[in-house]
Design a protein around this ligand. Structure first.
Ligand SMILES: [Zn+2]
Length: 506
């Protein structure tokens, strides 16, 4: 290259100095043209060699850029924004509870279909035998024209408005679970089919659902053990052999639920519904509001189940974090989870932590929950993390999460309804600025009357996100899933293809 530059300079000087083209200059000119021709031929060869791959990538980039421009034009139009994000591929919903995902209408219909009862005073679904106060659901609904609407309001956040001195959003939200429990517990496979159908319609490839069969039996195991305090090895030994049988029963129930889901969706038949293509895995969870022995027994069961059954890809801890037992035992729970995590290092943890707001708990409880979930329990993902800016050394914690690739599952509607945290008060922007991996999830879409699409809309509107940022959130939801590497790569390939097809429309 250096020689070529010298010759070109010589040529220019010959033209300039002589006022015409002398023989020396002509010789240089010929040499230079020869060199340029060789360079040109080489460039053509390189282009020919690249021809197979380069134009497709360039086309993809062009489609992506056109999609981003189209999105920028429609972003401020809520109707078109909703339609755009409904059609956009959304990799996964990593934070959703099986029963909370179901609409109240489905629970009421199920109660009628199988003859459950309705507590007309409490607007709750009860198990038979029905009584005068708790008549059969069908009969009660036929008798009272307003009861169906009242039931839907009681089993969800529909129409809920907090009034001073009245029920809070937090209390109304958590009260729904006991009211629909009898309908939800009956047929988990049907609930999964409902979730899968909805996910397919929303272009979601993967659901990581929180569901634990026989969680009450796991709590019951604690009754047979002598709690040794925080000598966890002794506590585990005291649980005895009951765990193994319980794990076998839970796996059999998982088989049955999946078979039921597949049958409802027609999977494996010519009439297979799109929901059959949605991959579903589970997180086993413990309810944190029970006495220490009962929470510990659940954790032992969750880890044993996840170790025995690859459909359970992670472990979680659920129920109101502000509950007085949950607050009292928070550090104990994190230490117990850390103990099990050490015993089962391959099993990943996603923990509800920092689902709190100032005033809901004493200020002390706002300062350490997320940090302990990460540092003591070893969480790979944090559910909610809403109070992160109240943590001691929040900047250090955010940096630690970013450095350790600990993702945060953001549930915007849930945080607004339960905690009253929304808009500029939500730490979504703080997490992103700190480089913490962020994923958008639903939490309890049935109770909240939301969808994953709605959650993307809410994020896009509140933080003025670009198409590229929304696409990154979608890609991150698969990247930070707990799927094994091969399965994850397969779904990521599917998601890339879905984005290419989506962007080609623009
Ligand atoms: Zn949750």
């Amino acid at each position: 290259m250096v020689g070529g530059e010298v010759r070109l300079r010589q040529t220019h000087s010959g033209l300039r100095d002589g006022g015409g083209i002398d023989r020396g200059a002509l010789g240089s000119y010929t040499e230079t043209m020869g060199l340029m021709c060789r360079v040109f031929r080489l460039a053509v060869m390189v282009c020919v060699l690249c021809l197979g791959a380069w134009p497709a990538a360039a086309q993809g980039d062009a489609h992506g850029a056109a999609t981003a421009r189209a999105f920028a034009r429609l972003r401020d139009d809520p109707v078109r924004l909703l339609a755009f994000l409904a059609a956009m591929p959304k990799g996964a919903d990593l934070h959703n509870h099986l029963d909370g995902a179901i609409n109240a209408e489905d629970f009421v219909a199920h109660a009628v279909a199988v003859g459950l009862c309705i507590d007309v005073g409490q607007h709750a679904i009860r198990r038979p035998p029905c009584t005068k106060q708790d008549p059969p659901a069908g009969e009660a609904l036929a008798r009272d024209a307003g009861l169906r609407d009242a039931m839907i309001d009681a089993l969800s956040m529909r129409g809920f408005v907090a009034v001073p001195g009245g029920e809070t959003g937090h209390d109304h939200f958590f009260a729904t679970f006991a009211k629909f429990h009898e309908a939800a517990a009956d047929d988990p496979g049907a609930l999964m089919a409902t979730e899968a159908r909805r996910a397919a319609a929303e272009h979601i490839a993967y659901l990581e659902i929180m569901w634990t069969p026989h969680v009450r039996s796991a709590i019951g195991l604690a009754a047979t053990m002598r709690w040794q305090g925080d000598d966890f090895a002794a506590d585990l030994a005291a649980l005895g052999g009951g765990l193994r049988g319980l794990v076998a029963r839970a796996r059999a129930e998982t088989d049955a639920a999946e078979a039921r889901k597949d049958a409802l969706l027609g999977c494996g038949t010519p009439r297979a519904q799109p929901g059959c293509g949605v991959v579903i895995r589970f997180q086993a969870y413990s309810l944190r509001t029970f006495p220490p022995a009962a929470v510990f027994a659940q954790m032992a069961f969750d880890f044993a189940l996840a170790a025995a059954d690859p459909r359970y890809v992670g472990v979680n801890i659920v129920a109101p974090e502000d509950d007085k037992v949950a607050v009292r035992d928070y550090t104990l729970h994190m230490r117990a989870l850390g103990f099990f995590h050490h015993a089962y290092p391959a099993i990943k943890l996603s923990l509800h932590a920092g689902e709190l707001a100032p005033g809901l708990v004493a200020a002390d409880a706002l300062r350490f929950h997320i940090r302990q979930a990460v540092e003591i329990a070893g969480a790979s993902r944090i559910g909610h993390g809403t109070d992160v800016m109240g943590e001691q050394d929040s900047a250090g914690l955010l940096a630690e999460m970013a450095h350790g690739h600990v993702a945060v599952e953001i549930n915007l509607t849930s945080n607004a309804q339960i905690l009253g945290v929304q808009g500029a008060a939500h730490p979504f922007g703080s997490y992103r600025r700190a480089g913490v991996p962020v994923v958008i999830c639903t939490d309890d879409e049935g109770v909240e009357r939301t969808t994953l699409t709605d959650e993307y809309v809410r994020a896009a509107e509140t933080w003025h996100l670009s198409y590229g940022e929304l696409k990154s959130l979608s890609l991150a939801s698969l990247r930070y899933s707990f799927l094994p590497a091969g399965e994850k790569a397969r779904l990521e390939g599917r998601l890339d293809a879905a984005f290419r097809a989506f962007e080609e429309r623009f």
